[in-house]
Ligand binder design. Sequence first.
Ligand code: DUC
Ligand code: ZN
Ligand code: ZN
Length: 465
Amino acid sequence: MTDTVTTADIGVRDGKIVEIGDIAPQTNSIDATDRYVTPGGVDPHCHIEQISGMGLMNADDFRSATRSALMGGTTTTISFAAQQKGERLSDRVADYTARATQGAMTDYAFHLSVSDITAPDFDADLAQLIDAGHRSIKVFTTYNIKLDDRAILEVMAIAKRHGALLCVHAENDALIGWTKDRLLAAGHTNPIHHAISHPRMAEIEAVERLIRFAEFLDQPVMLFHISTVEAIEAIRRAKARGVPVRAETCPHYLLMTADILNQPDLEGAKWMCSPPQRTAQDQSALWAALFDGTIDLISSDHAPYRFDEGGKLSAGPNARFDQIANGLPGLEVRLPLMFDAVVTQQRGTIEDFVRLTSQRPAEIYGLTSKGRIAAGQDADLVIWDHEKSITFGTNDLHDNVGYNPWAGTTIQGWPKTVIRRGEPVVGDTRLAADPGPGRWLNRTEIGVPPSGSPAEEVAFLEQNT
Ligand code: DUC
Ligand code: ZN
Ligand code: ZN
């Protein structure tokens, strides 16, 4: 395993890394002299071709989303097979598999996003899908697709029995709804009020609750998109006492604050996401948490909606904040933004950058062939031009969103060449003509050993009463 920087040739055959060392020149060599070569990015949280909680389809299908991912150096994605209420989970996974098989240019896996545990054959479907290699599950504690506490425990119990990781969008729904109603009643409808309607206490409460659930069942939980210093402290305390909790954050929490929503008219809607961006103090705490291991990884939470009537403005040009879809695009910019922030600006090392953007995501989500440069791994590689500076333009990304939320930001360091399973798919910032299909990644285990039978469950509860 190559966990430190080294100078060497990388030998690739049939899509796999076969050798690292001093290799005689070959016919199909790529010169990476004086360049960093890192593993392809693994983005473990992105919304692709998904219907939102408000019933709105994402702007990106698999083709546009994964094209954009490759352009930014990300070669593996985990998106959501999102069950609609009343729908069989296995039907959604079949539909989503067909869509990804046609369109995906990155390798990919799915989180099973659960919104209705009373749907037909739910328990059997979930168990069977986990056994078949879909080893992560997503639930919400807010939005109209939320599960209540009892339902979350039921899902966790199935995850425990079959060996899957539960991921949670953790915000307290009542705190959000109550605050939102007060704001609207007082006539506050602008996107900046979206941030106020998702109070930090909503995240703190739900994160603390989910930590207790993980502790109660001794069952790992991943806490998505952490944004507040108090949630970080709760996670740090939980990890210190051995609770199996994992956490992620995203570039827009590390590099943006809530005032970005304070724009004329509905312009601020471009940056609306949940949880919202917070404060400079939260940003400092997030960076510290990434370097002390409290937060494990950085995802994009790519949630693509156009700034038009088919997307953010679907409720019209005078929409209230609560009628505007949440999310911003991030698949293409996650890696370059983090290369700049960690490596170029020297907040950390190139090893930190790799750990947070590909190695830990691959480890945590059971993607055993990804996230490292080592013999036997898939040859997903990025060759960086660490000297190249770019200033983002208003519409220069390769997704289908039509705006770049980072317009005007200058970064240094760009993925010059991107290689997916040995095949150069991006060269000198141009997508190679026909990148060909990505592959579904069967996750045979995810570091969560299946605990077996209902009898074992009862025995566990007896011991831990
Ligand atoms: N919040 C989510 O929970 N998911 C998608 C995007 C967002 O803003
Ligand atoms: Zn979320
Ligand atoms: Zn999300």
